[in-house]
Design a protein around this ligand. Sequence first.
Ligand code: CP
Length: 304
Amino acid sequence: VNHLLGIKYLNQGDIDLIFETADHFKEVINRPIKKVPSLRDITIANLFFENSTRTRLSFELAEKRLSADVINFSAASSSVKKGETLIDTVNNILSMKVDMVVMRHPNPGAGIFLSNHVKASIVNAGDGAHEHPTQALLDTYSIRERLGEVAGKNVVIVGDILHSRVALSNIFALKLQGANVKVCGPKTLLPKYIERLGVSVETDLRKALQWCDVANMLRVQNERMEISYFPSTREYTQQYGLNKEILDSLDKEIVVMHPGPINRGVEITSDIADSDQAIILDQVQNGVAVRMAVIYLLASKIKQ
Ligand code: CP
């Protein structure tokens, strides 16, 4: 397959290969000279139809560390604003001899749609509330780094599961790697199909935290809520916000994660987000090596 459209389309062997390759690139980017010449013959377009800080910069840096030629496109300042379609936009960019497209789009399935209509390797950098595969890869890579392995670990994903592409991709990635997965949040923010994905459900945060080795605290995705799903932000924080008092009440130390951007004081307090217990910036750092691995492996298929 010449695309990374979702974790759903990967198997455990694919993830093992991505992680082995990321281990190598992590070592490379810690050297004084952080670049390798591997992709001097590859051109990549980063297409962002939705806001991003971490994912956009991390992909761009990963591509540059691999010596690919990189062009960046932001829908907000493009001819999409004049009515140009997604396929026309991408085909015009591809006619400039572009090999690979990294795309973030607000519509679920946008990457799959594009892969059926254009001749390029597509990497999904987040499609609406559907999948964010490289986020799940860097998240599980970071768990493996901190705890030695993912298999057998208890991982709880907390918060706005309903609107979260990070949750869905993490569930697929964690299950593929043999973790036990629980979701925890208000019933209004849990999709009805969630238990069919092989995860358990807990609405009491303290019970979920007592069970877990790792808690991944999701951002409340206000921008995807057409109606108000929860009485108030204050109530959400009271019931599902992570703080020092709750962590101190557990009889063990758990690993705290967050995909970013953080609503400080809503899903997590600053003292916890900035503590050694949290691996939030490790996740971001690992994102570069993991994305280098994904791009390198896809590009090697283009070259064949
Ligand atoms: N985690 C994540 O996708 O962050 P950005 O929206 O800033 O890319």
